[in-house]
Ligand binder design. Structure first.
Ligand SMILES: NC(=O)C1=CN([C@@H]2O[C@H](COP(=O)(O)OP(=O)(O)OC[C@H]3O[C@@H](n4cnc5c(N)ncnc54)[C@H](OP(=O)(O)O)[C@@H]3O)[C@@H](O)[C@H]2O)C=CC1
Ligand SMILES: O=C1CO[C@H](CO)[C@@H](O)[C@@H]1O
Length: 276
């Protein structure tokens, strides 16, 4: 049985919570505060943001108003595509850290594998990591060849790769590579932005366990060893999405969900980049 208070342990020993709050498209200060406080009250300790989400200041303000101490939090943010390069990365990191109102970031990642300056960008992340400004460095949306290239020249291997992952996209080859290289995969869009919640198999399994479709899908990811960052602006759904530690999917449910894979994405693929 996976326990809420345990989390997954990264290759450098840092504990990463199984469930974090996704915050993409959450921008209005009151909406951010409501979601962050609902999450902290429900037991979340992990918050996922990114420079491009334009909500780091609002998240920082919401965290300042909470009574949860900094050491218990796991804050992830990401370097945007337009900020690659050694000096740009150091400056972008400082800006994110300032907006979030914290001394250090728990997990800082390259948002997309932009060709050109990854080597210099990663070197900046390694410096920040060695200084203690970041507890874990990682990447997002890296495929096997992007990881191979990075691993060839880096001193510190990425600890996490955050990618799209849900029952329609089980990422078999990437999972295998990350496992072999001690890189923790983390799931974005773990609910497939809601689409998978209408699938009849998921509905059936949910009914059988007295849980909701979202809980089944998130639990499936956890039992595959993948931490999740479901986004919701709705307090009752935020609570629902972390209430997944009191049941276990038997092997037949795990396998049947696995067969839903269609290698189908709901979000952009790594071939599509945004620079602004
Ligand atoms: N690294 C990357 O490139 C990317 C990272 N991400 C990160 O991953 C997070 C999650 O991904 P996201 O794309 O937001 O999609 P999700 O798969 O988390 O789905 C979010 C949607 O599902 C709805 N929802 C949430 N919980 C429930 C529930 N229990 N029952 C029914 N509906 C529910 C939400 O609605 P409502 O809010 O109205 O409750 C929202 O519309 C992002 O917020 C972001 O932090 C996302 C995309 C790319
Ligand atoms: O995290 C993400 C969500 O939104 C961005 C676009 O604005 C994506 O590029 C990205 O991967």
């Amino acid at each position: 049985m996976i326990h809420l208070d345990e989390g997954t342990v990264l290759a450098n020993g840092v504990n990463m919570p199984w469930v974090g709050l996704g915050t993409c498209k959450l921008r209005h200060p009151q909406a951010v505060e409501r979601a962050v406080h609902a999450a902290l009250d429900a037991g979340y300790r992990s918050i996922d943001t990114a420079a491009i989400y334009q909500n780091e200041t609002e998240i920082g303000n919401a965290l300042q108003k909470s009574t949860v101490s900094r050491e218990l939090l796991f804050i992830t943010t990401k370097l945007w595509n337009a900020s690659h390069g050694y000096n740009n990365t150091l400056a972008a990191f400082d800006e994110s850290r300032r907006k979030l109102g914290v001394d250090y970031i728990d997990l800082y990642m390259i948002h997309w594998p932009i060709k050109g300056q990854i080597k210099e960008t990663w070197r900046a992340l390694e410096i920040l990591y060695n200084r203690g400004d970041i507890r874990a460095i990682g990447v997002s949306n890296f495929g096997v060849s992007d990881l191979e290239e990075l691993i060839r020249h880096c001193e510190i291997k990425p600890l996490v790769n955050q990618v799209e992952y849900h029952p329609r996209l089980s990422q078999k080859k990437l999972m295998h590579f990350c496992h072999q290289n001690n890189i923790q995969v983390e799931a974005w869009s773990p609910l497939m932005q809601g689409e998978i919640l209408h699938e009849s198999l998921i509905l059936q399994i949910a009914e059988k366990h007295g849980k909701t479709p979202a809980q089944v899908v998130l639990r499936w990811a956890l039992q595959n060893g993948i931490p999740v960052i479901p986004k919701s602006a709705t307090p009752h759904r935020i609570r629902e999405n972390i209430d997944i530690f009191d049941f276990e999917l038997p092997i037949e449910d795990m396998v049947n969900i696995h067969f839903l894979n269609e290698n189908r994405r709901i979000g952009p693929d790594s071939g599509l980049y945004f620079y602004d």
